[in-house]
Design a protein around this ligand. Structure first.
Ligand code: C2E
Ligand code: MG
Ligand code: MG
Ligand code: MG
Length: 280
């Protein structure tokens, strides 16, 4: 616990700093261990993909699923992505993880389609690290060829901050991806300081309103205003809106009244292994 280490360092002089160094060393050691463990996980098949339903508010049907990675750790159990994605991003391992999830999700979608499931698409998260490298379109084209999945059955989710980091580069890459025929969504929308002029020119189908704004619905006035504004903005740009993190039916009803197109959240279904998911 770094805070209390810092406090002790300040209050006890030299010795304290030695203690702080120890904590830093411990932190670095844990990080190295995590990176090694993650590499092992990737090579030995410990990663899993779970799928969370995405619902249409108009007819209440499941239109797609979002692929979300987990680590089935031999001792720690199922580890959520928040605990290893940041380290994977720093260490560069995220590219290999995202590539694996992409292929796995496409294969699963092909299997669902041959079993006659009515899902329209599977959505896959792309890290800013992979996105900024620019050769993503070649990799996606290759996976579609290898798996035989039609391009419009794949949606790629890129965060708003990844896009706005280098908007020119992002726009060019999104256009190349779009020309492959895949669907594109901006993830965690509302948290990344978009240039609206830029947003208008992006070949994107969908904005995913970040769950932090959905959390306060319907009582928080700011969240309500932001949700309202994002829906109007998206529709004016011929984009759809999906609200993330819907947990209560009053949120769902308000989103419906506000004209939101799609919803995702624990109220409609948690992320589950493919075998546990009930599809029509
Ligand atoms: P995200 O892409 O915004 O995904 C939505 C997250 O919200 C998921 O967390 C999901 O389980 C969670 N969620 C869904 N409905 C609710 C709800 O009603 N309430 C609450 N509190 N949470 C809800 P998860 O699976 O832990 O993933 C967290 C983040 O990790 C994702 O956020 C995404 O940024 C990242 N991530 C997950 N899988 C991948 C991946 O394969 N590649 C990359 N690059 N990032 C991934
Ligand atoms: Mg996402
Ligand atoms: Mg999101
Ligand atoms: Mg999010």
């Amino acid at each position: 616990n770094v805070d209390s280490a810092l406090f002790k360092a300040k209050s006890s002089g030299r010795e304290g700093f030695a203690f702080y160094d120890q904590e830093q060393t411990e932190y670095a050691r844990q990080r190295v261990e995590l990176i090694a463990g993650l590499r092992h996980a990737l090579e030995n098949g410990e990663l899993r993909v779970h799928y969370q339903p995405l619902h249409c508010l108009g007819d209440n049907r499941m239109i797609g699923v979002e692929a979300l990675v987990r680590w089935q750790h031999p001792q720690r159990g199922l580890v959520p992505p928040g605990e290893f994605i940041p380290v994977a991003e720093d260490s560069g391992m995220i590219s290999a993880i995202d590539a694996w999830v992409l292929e796995e999700a496409c294969r699963q979608m092909v299997a669902w389609r041959s079993a006659g499931r009515s899902l329209q698409f599977v959505a896959v998260n792309i890290s800013s690290r992979l996105f900024s490298r620019g050769e993503l379109d070649q990799r996606v084209a290759q996976v579609l060829t290898d798996t035989g999945l039609p391009a419009d059955c794949l949606e790629l989710e890129v965060t708003e901050s990844a896009v706005m980091d280098d908007p020119d580069q992002a726009q060019a890459l999104l256009e190349r991806l779009r020309s492959l025929g895949v669907r594109l969504a901006i993830d965690d929308f509302g948290t990344g300081y978009s240039s609206l002029a830029r947003l208008k020119r992006l070949p994107v189908h969908k904005l995913k309103l970040d769950q932090s704004f959905v959390a306060g619905l319907p009582h928080d006035k700011d969240d309500l205003a932001i949700t309202h504004a994002v829906i109007a903005l998206a529709h004016n740009m011929d984009m759809k809106v999906l609200a993330e993190g819907v947990e209560r039916s009053e949120q769902l009803e308000h989103l419906r009244q506000l004209g939101c197109d799609y919803v995702q959240g624990y109220l409609l279904g948690r992320p589950l292994a493919a075998a546990d998911l009930h599809l029509g």
